[in-house]
Ligand binder design. Structure first.
Ligand code: ADP
Ligand code: ZN
Length: 563
């Protein structure tokens, strides 16, 4: 597909330069355009900032007829249309919350013999819920003017994805109605199961798949233990590494956003907060101040993100545990779009896992902006979705608990991509601190921990179990007379953090599970550890548990290879 011999090659080159101002194509762009213009269905996996828009806007420009683009978010669409109109490419959009007369004008134009639009953007509910639009599409198709159907953010189709959007599931109808019109599906997030789901739901039979590495070499990743001093740590990190530069601090709750923003303001940073319960005018104003560099730092829920194209975001900090690796990768991806070095720092504590898990079960987590405006709580509470969300969350915990493997390798493995960690060049915390690791058989310790959970009646939290195991004589331990349990102090000899890592591993691998207890009067959450009997059976029947531990060396400066 990389050939220069297509009938449209010349026109492609000329317009890429003249209209879009690009000197060349980025990886895969030419190939995607050639495949799509040849009439094939195409599925594109390209990281954020890779240049997906050009792959349909350029064909739309030089191909007769209209390109239909389905995109999840009106603000994203408006941004695209603004750019298209600036480049003198006629484009319009239809969305449910538009004036009726305005919609009629656009539909009338679609009906006209010399329809001026090259691109028509619509939100997915328009396709799912408007027969009127479908009739107009029929009509365009009949007149051979429906050139191509583009599905942006295609992962929204999948329930396995982190941004499931019900109206996307109805998009399969397009391929049924217009089997010969080429479909181009685009996404920046893609695990294998999500991909399969998307291809199937959209009815793409023999589609050509383009995927490129999701590695972002200019981003540096680290996971840092979250302590009570977290806010001071964040202030210090920004001050020392990114003072007066632009960044995002992702927080879990609306209250967290405000609290973190207030603290950073006190520390002298130009900072604001952003979340779903602010009114649209307020939100737009914050976003505007941010893009004009009047504010450097935004403390936000994941509602802030989609449609942000600021190129010089120098850091993305996660104040709390993200809810999936996919989401995390995408949130980090908002840093360094200009290709310059940028930092991604995640503050992690196991207790955030309990908190997020509880919030998921309550449907209390703010979703990314694509899905906001929908009542997701029913969906979140319903069985399969909750299960998927919990699974995604556990994987995220496992990522954070891992202090051995290259962060890039871990993230990319999640997308089914192989990565040679020697090419990380010490741009993640794990690669930076480790030159070698040791594998340790921790089966006996694991068994003791399980035994201890049972001995204490499966009624206590992981931190309590760890206290007893390490031989603490705290009030809580004494209150329950756990100093007299046979395994009290059995883990005394272990290095700090070792027992907790093994215990958390047992949760991640489903030997134990956390039952999140109803929040108390003050809204705090607690959890107790329970035993998963069938899995435990394997453990006591001879299954071994091997974990890797770092053999630490003195850290060198980031970014310098020791090759
Ligand atoms: P994505 O949708 O994949 O996140 P965009 O389509 O928004 O990415 O493109 C990201 C940026 O890259 C935009 O500013 C766009 O103008 C620029 N871009 C895209 N293709 C090229 C190219 N071939 N050469 C130079 N810049 C490009
Ligand atoms: Zn690494």
């Amino acid at each position: 597909w990389s050939s220069y011999d297509f009938s449209w090659t010349k026109e492609l080159e000329v317009n890429n330069k003249k209209v879009f101002g690009n000197h060349s194509f980025r990886p895969n762009q030419r190939e995607i355009i050639n495949a799509s213009m040849s009439g094939c269905d195409v599925f594109v996996l390209m990281p954020t900032g890779g240049g997906k828009s050009l792959t349909y806007q350029l064909p739309a420009l030089i191909h007769p007829g209209i390109t239909l683009v389905i995109s999840p978010l009106v603000s994203l669409i408006q941004d695209q249309i603004m750019h298209l109109l600036q480049a003198n490419i006629p484009a319009a959009y239809l969305s449910a919350n538009m004036e009726w007369t305005e919609q009629q004008d656009i539909l009338r134009e679609l009906n006209s013999d010399y329809c001026k639009y090259k691109l028509l953007y619509v939100t997915p509910e328009k396709v799912a819920r408007s027969d009127n639009l479908l009739r107009h599409l029929d009509n365009l198709h009949f007149r051979e003017l429906l050139a191509r159907i583009v599905i942006d953010e295609a992962h929204c189709v999948s329930q396995w994805g982190h941004d499931f959007r019900p109206d996307y599931q109805g998009l399969g109808i397009l391929k049924q109605k217009f089997p010969n019109t080429p479909v181009l599906a685009l996404t920046a997030t893609a695990t294998a199961s999500v991909n399969e789901d998307v291809v199937q739901a959209l009815g793409l039979v023999n589609c050509i798949i383009f995927r490129q590495s999701f590695n972002r070499p200019n981003l540096r990743y680290s996971v840092i233990p979250k302590t009570k001093k977290c806010l001071e740590d964040i202030d210090k990190f920004i001050r020392e590494n990114h003072f007066d530069e632009c960044g995002i601090v992702y927080c879990l709750s609306r209250m967290d956003c405000e609290k973190v923003a207030e603290k950073l303001q006190e520390c002298g940073h130009k900072c604001a907060f952003y979340h779903g319960s602010m009114d649209p005018v307020q939100r737009a104003s914050v976003q505007k101040q941010w893009s004009k560099d009047e504010i450097n730092i935004i403390c936000a829920t994941v509602a802030f993100g989609m449609g942000i194209n600021k190129p010089d975001v120098r850091f993305v900090i996660h104040h709390s545990l993200p809810k999936s690796i996919e989401g995390y990768h995408q949130e980090c991806g908002r840093a360094g779009r200009d290709g310059q070095h940028s930092s991604c720092v995640l503050y992690y504590t196991y207790s955030d896992y309990i908190r997020v898990k509880h919030m998921l079960s309550q449907g209390a987590i703010e979703q990314s902006s694509m899905t906001s405006g929908y009542n997701r709580s029913n969906m979140i509470n319903s069985g399969r979705i909750l299960e998927t969300n919990t699974e995604n969350l556990v994987r995220m915990v496992s990522y954070c608990e891992n202090d051995v493997d290259c962060r890039r390798l871990l993230q990319l493995a999640h997308f089914g991509e192989k990565f040679n960690s020697s090419t990380c060049l010490k741009t993640c915390d794990n690669c930076l601190k480790i030159t070698s690791f040791i594998e340790k058989d921790v089966t006996e310790i694991a068994k003791q921990l399980v035994e201890l959970v049972k001995l204490t009646g499966q009624r206590f939290s992981s931190s309590h179990i760890l206290e007893v195991y390490r031989g603490s004589l705290s009030q809580m331990v004494k209150k329950h007379r756990h100093e007299s349990v046979s395994l009290h102090g059995a883990g005394k000899h272990l290095a700090k953090g070792e027992a907790s890592r093994i215990l958390h591993h047992l949760v991640v691998e489903d030997f134990l599970w956390e039952e999140v207890k109803k929040s108390d009067f003050y809204g705090s959450v607690s959890s107790i550890l329970k035993v998963n009997e069938p899995k435990i059976h394997n453990l006591f029947a001879g299954q071994r548990i091997i974990l890797r531990f770092p053999s630490l060396v003195k850290a060198s400066k980031p970014g310098k290879s020791d090759a």
